[in-house]
Design a binder for this molecule. Structure first.
Ligand SMILES: CC(C)(COP(=O)(O)OP(=O)(O)OC[C@H]1O[C@@H](n2cnc3c(N)ncnc32)[C@H](O)[C@@H]1OP(=O)(O)O)[C@@H](O)C(=O)NCCC(=O)NCCS
Length: 148
């Protein structure tokens, strides 16, 4: 498995993973726009096929933000998401960004555990953050604590 930058040809496969991974996936046009506006966008490739992706950007000065992250169901549990997130964190660090935030559905226990295991901490819960009425946890990570 290796990780590389997203290219426009990857869009359909990334969208397919998004649809399989989320009940309310980003629209394909939004994924494309995120790329076009210059968000960080990495894909994990296994045997020539995309098996995961991460999108991230700088939300405000000094604050990185993980927008979305997903791995194809067949490839979960192989630390692919961990490697994608490590790569994003390293890119933030090189840009002198030491605080990273994200929102995750509070009932998405697997994702909450994934981020917690990585080193993110829950900062607060935001009731009805999502369109479907779900609550969000806002989580934070300090890259200065992170050894890689
Ligand atoms: C969350 C997600 C990205 C994790 O991807 P992954 O590649 O399977 O995760 P990793 O293999 O890197 O897991 C790292 C750690 O996370 C935790 N974790 C991952 N999957 C888990 C599961 N099913 N149950 C409990 N803990 C889990 C474990 O602590 C794991 O460490 P370990 O394997 O040493 O025990 C993946 O489940 C996914 O795509 N989910 C749907 C989309 C989503 O919810 N995205 C996140 C919100 S934006």
């Amino acid at each position: 498995m290796f990780i590389r930058e997203f290219v426009p040809n990857d869009l359909a496969r990334v969208y397919q993973i998004a649809v399989e991974s989320f009940s309310d996936p980003y629209d394909i046009a939004i994924l494309q726009q995120l790329f076009e506006i210059g968000a960080g966008f990495l894909v994990a490739v296994e045997d020539g096929d995309i098996v995961g992706y991460i999108i991230f950007w700088v939300k405000e000065e000094g604050l990185g933000h993980i927008i979305t992250l997903a791995v194809d169901k067949k490839f979960r549990g192989q630390h692919i998401a961990t490697r994608l997130l490590m790569m994003a964190v390293n890119i933030f660090r090189r840009c002198d960004i030491h605080r990273i935030t994200l929102e995750v559905k509070s009932h998405n226990e697997i994702a909450v555990e994934f981020y917690r295991k990585f080193g993110f901490e829950i900062d607060r819960k935001v009731p009805k953050y999502y369109e479907d009425g779900s609550d969000a946890y806002v989580m934070f990570f300090n890259t200065e604590k992170y050894q890689n």
